[in-house]
Design a protein around this ligand. Sequence first.
Ligand SMILES: *[C@@H]1O[C@H](CO)[C@@H](O)[C@H](O)[C@H]1NC(C)=O
Ligand SMILES: *[C@@H]1O[C@H](CO)[C@@H](O)[C@H](O)[C@H]1NC(C)=O
Ligand SMILES: *[C@@H]1O[C@H](CO)[C@@H](O)[C@H](O)[C@H]1NC(C)=O
Length: 382
Amino acid sequence: MRGTTFPLLLSTLCHLSLAIPWSAQNQHPFAPVPKSPEITGTVTSERQDAVKEAFLFAWNGYKNYSWGADENRPVSNTPSNSRFITPSYITNSKRTALRLTSVSHFLSTATIVDSLDTLWLMGLQDDFALARKHVAKINWRDTRKNLVDAFETNIRYIGGLLGAYDLSGDHLFLDKAIELADLLLPIFDSPTGLPYQFIDFSSGQPVKSGYPRGASILAEIGSFQLEFTHISQLTGNWTYHHKAQRANDFFDGLRRTHQYPPGLFPILVDIDNGEFTTSTCSRVAFFDGVSVFLFTLRKLFPAISQAQITYGGLGDSFYEYLIKQFILSDGTNDQLHRLSLESVQSLEKYLLSSPVNRTDLVFLAQLVDGKQRNGMDELVCL
Ligand SMILES: *[C@@H]1O[C@H](CO)[C@@H](O)[C@H](O)[C@H]1NC(C)=O
Ligand SMILES: *[C@@H]1O[C@H](CO)[C@@H](O)[C@H](O)[C@H]1NC(C)=O
Ligand SMILES: *[C@@H]1O[C@H](CO)[C@@H](O)[C@H](O)[C@H]1NC(C)=O
């Protein structure tokens, strides 16, 4: 079906090519990593074997005890499903209005999709084929009336499928990624074009987060562009790229009026008006790592009520995706060059910090209302 639209797209593309700062090539050809002289071939292959062995232990545990679920609980060896879930702060009245069930037991297979590229790279072709068989059967709409977390769905599922397609050339993975991207598209239908946090696949209705003013999270807002641009590169349909690109344009557009250090942005954004929300977090969701992290922060710093800037949880992948998109553009995109350079320059200028009397140690602090707050979580190590 997609193939038949190609000649039409080619002519459209010719008109658009000046407006699209992306080469249509799939992947920037990376230079080979130079071998460090002290590492011999034997050491390298021993290390590779150790990594593969660790992967196989986890994969076989998942296969034995939790096949088809999102993940395996490694101590009890029981299945767990955490990726498609209706968060607890969606109130009962809202649930009723959205016709959602309260508890998720949807088997959404995150580990299978997320592992495809690793299986391929490790040469585990039988397991890759097994996973492919499973992917072919997934019906994305079958969410058992649960909300879908748009960010998780993009990075794990669309990202995993595109990785599998790039490596294997098997069109099933691209088709599945397009199906899912099409289901996600309504999340960008906000007044600012910045994405909603959730979506109900059965109605196509996007749903705001449980943060104050339904704000979306910076890291999540900034983590659609790689996958959506890549789908556009692969299909020649630039709708996906343009939808996700609005977030880049939004942050780039703040440059002149920005009251924060250039290239750094607070972690919660009101998607109706594009304002950074600074009010106290009145509701906290306990349903995923990100939100639990916020809860921990609040416990440590009860007064967390100001605009917070961090490379850690809730901010991390926004900055990560800027650089990765620049690479995906083969180094040709000026906007991404500017945004990623500014974010790193401001990181050096405003966030670097050292413990008292230990200038030999450096960590990345946070900025809260313009002041450094000394704390760094593991997600800072991108
Ligand atoms: C998975 O099951 C096989 C066959 O029963 C067993 O040999 C293997 O140890 C199991 N692997 C894990 C990680 O539990
Ligand atoms: C591009 O994709 C969008 C989203 O699926 C779709 O609405 C549109 O018709 C597609 N355009 C073409 C030319 O196929
Ligand atoms: C830092 O060094 C100064 C001078 O040696 C010393 O007085 C102070 O107690 C040290 N502070 C800490 C927290 O170690």
